[in-house]
Write a protein that binds this ligand. Sequence first.
Ligand SMILES: *[C@@H]1O[C@H](CO)[C@@H](O)[C@H](O)[C@H]1NC(C)=O
Ligand SMILES: *[C@@H]1O[C@H](CO)[C@@H](O)[C@H](O)[C@H]1NC(C)=O
Ligand SMILES: *[C@@H]1O[C@H](CO)[C@@H](O)[C@H](O)[C@H]1NC(C)=O
Ligand SMILES: *[C@@H]1O[C@H](CO)[C@@H](O)[C@H](O)[C@H]1NC(C)=O
Ligand SMILES: *[C@@H]1O[C@H](CO)[C@@H](O)[C@H](O)[C@H]1NC(C)=O
Ligand SMILES: *[C@@H]1O[C@H](CO)[C@@H](O)[C@H](O)[C@H]1NC(C)=O
Ligand SMILES: [Zn+2]
Length: 645
Amino acid sequence: MRRVVLLCLLACLAVVVACGPKQQKRHVGDIRMKKNDNEADAIAFLERYNTESSRLLNKGIILDWAYNTNITDANAEASTAASLELQAFSLASFNEALEFDSTNFSEDTQRQLKSVGAKQLPEAEQQTLSEVLTLLRGIFTNILCIEMHVQIILRQILSNMSRIYGSGQVCWEDGQCSVLEGTEDSLSTLFATSTDEPKLRYAWEQWRTNVGRPMKPYYEQYVELKNQLAVIRNYTDYGHEMRSRYEIDDFELSMEEIYNTTLPYYLELHAYVRRKLYDTYGPEVVDLEGPIPAHLLGDMWGRFWNNIYNLTEPYPGLQSVDPTPQMVAQGYTPERMFRQGDAFYQSMGLKAVPDTFYELSMIEKPQDGREVVCHPTAWDFFDGQDYRIKMCTVVSFDDFLVIHHEMGHIQYFMQYSDLPTVYRDGANDGFHEAIGELMSMAVSTPKHLETIGLIDEVVENPDLDINFLLKTSFGSLSTLPFHYVMDLWRWRAFRGEYPDNQWNDEFWKLKESLVGVKAPVERTPEDLDPPALFHISGDYDMMRYFTRTILQFQFFESLCEASGHQGPIYKCDFSGSTAAGDRLAALLRMGRSKPWPDALEELTGQREMDVNPLLNYFAPLYNWLQTENKRLNNKIGWKPSNSFA
Ligand SMILES: *[C@@H]1O[C@H](CO)[C@@H](O)[C@H](O)[C@H]1NC(C)=O
Ligand SMILES: *[C@@H]1O[C@H](CO)[C@@H](O)[C@H](O)[C@H]1NC(C)=O
Ligand SMILES: *[C@@H]1O[C@H](CO)[C@@H](O)[C@H](O)[C@H]1NC(C)=O
Ligand SMILES: *[C@@H]1O[C@H](CO)[C@@H](O)[C@H](O)[C@H]1NC(C)=O
Ligand SMILES: *[C@@H]1O[C@H](CO)[C@@H](O)[C@H](O)[C@H]1NC(C)=O
Ligand SMILES: *[C@@H]1O[C@H](CO)[C@@H](O)[C@H](O)[C@H]1NC(C)=O
Ligand SMILES: [Zn+2]
């Protein structure tokens, strides 16, 4: 380890020394350089770039896949080397793109130039330094050296955080330790199934002590370095860069507005859930007028509330909203679940996955002793024919829905595969996430379950509708404040708004005031809780989940309309409707070639994100919650907490 650090310092120093003098001359936006304003040159450059980047992406993704489905040192090294090669190419291309003055170029050329260099492989394991040095000598002689210097350190910091996260565990009094997921005694299983409050509280605290705390110095450096890179790329800070991907003028204000508009619905849901948790855990743990303690919501972070549906079911004893037992009884297998997912898309006239999909995907946890990354993901190999999903499927309805979600990504990949590489992406990140969720909404309807033989008959019962809507809200409506606050906190951190050592305090202030959730145990200045969530230490934005939740209901409404659906929107199942499929395909085919409002307009006729479809969908639940909360005299909202459970 120590040798690696020393080498790194030398390497970084070497870069800075070797190209130090050029730095000032080559700053972005430097007007002393005469730029190329010949559009034909730019188009030729873009053609070269698109071809070469899809070649490198394909090569890198093949190796990355090999690593993810077979974790060995050799596979990690191979994948890292490819990732570095791509990163080097991206960086060089990004700088080459800056040499054009695109003022008078067509809109499309301008848009493509702006997207050059954005594609990177996911963070692989730490690279060996000799590889870095070789690459540096070969490729980086004439581009921004400072940027590469920052990139190298940043990669190590991200890799260090990922190692801490991946090896994080909680050890119990008897000496046994639990990892986060993938085992029977995992922490995820604990949070999903246990109501042993002291145990949950202990796990909650220990996870943050063992994961968040050691990450703190890295996370602070990460923020600083990300900001430096953002400034080189002409953003005020990294939060600005993250927001700019959404192409909305005042993104922060728009998101705040969405939060505000959906808040009354969230408040009713919150009050109802808090009462149910109070019934389960008692007044010692849950204050009926305070924020909800964060460890009682069914996962390590209080992100998705699906797992507490049991504790909160409005009308127990009715037809189950989860047909897992039927699936098991009917002998469902993972392959059958995938083929049925594929059939769902085809029934709408959308594309079938290629045969190679079934040959090459990993749809079950391998039994040959290989270590794999189980987290479900969908993969585009950028060659227009190879698409795969990696998932350790179990036969359950939840996984059936996950399959429809992942297949939504695959459908998107296939639909935009004809576009230049720079455009092979979602209109924004929320779009990519929304497609599969939208399909899952149709799949969960009783009508669809009857069609595929998972329930005997559709029972018409308003109480059952309320059960169904509450279940649906736990993966959508209830997540809005959570996702909003994660990024709001980061935007402020990147802007440098927090005094030293108050980052965590500020986080909990936001959590309490905007989410109505509090830490169950006292936090100290040594703690840093946000990176104890995968997406924060892993450098993924959360607004994709916030925006997708709004978008998925907008899309849903339009597809239901196209399919000729009558009656309450939450009963809509548009499977089998090619009219709906055509509308969706038109959006998917656009990829990222136009600003996202154009893609949205293609499907919905609107150019803005609109919360009304979501609010309409949940209106019956909202009315029911209002009545129920009044009946039980539940306080709406919360007063500040000053105690810990
Ligand atoms: C950098 O940002 C400023 C302000 O937004 C803008 O005026 C300028 O054109 C940008 N420069 C480049 C090279 O993009
Ligand atoms: C896993 O990767 C190693 C190389 O590190 C290779 O030798 C082995 O055959 C791979 N296993 C499978 C099942 O692909
Ligand atoms: C763009 O076009 C305008 C008007 O024709 C011209 O004045 C300007 O010099 C051109 N700019 C570049 C960079 O070619
Ligand atoms: C990454 O972690 C190692 C081992 O703990 C440490 O020696 C190294 O300094 C860290 N890297 C950076 C860039 O902080
Ligand atoms: C959201 O609501 C808060 C509190 O009522 C208010 O201060 C803020 O201006 C609102 N923001 C927007 C964008 O409407
Ligand atoms: C929740 O449901 C699961 C399976 O559906 C069951 O095993 C468990 O006992 C239930 N828990 C509670 C608290 O009702
Ligand atoms: Zn997804």
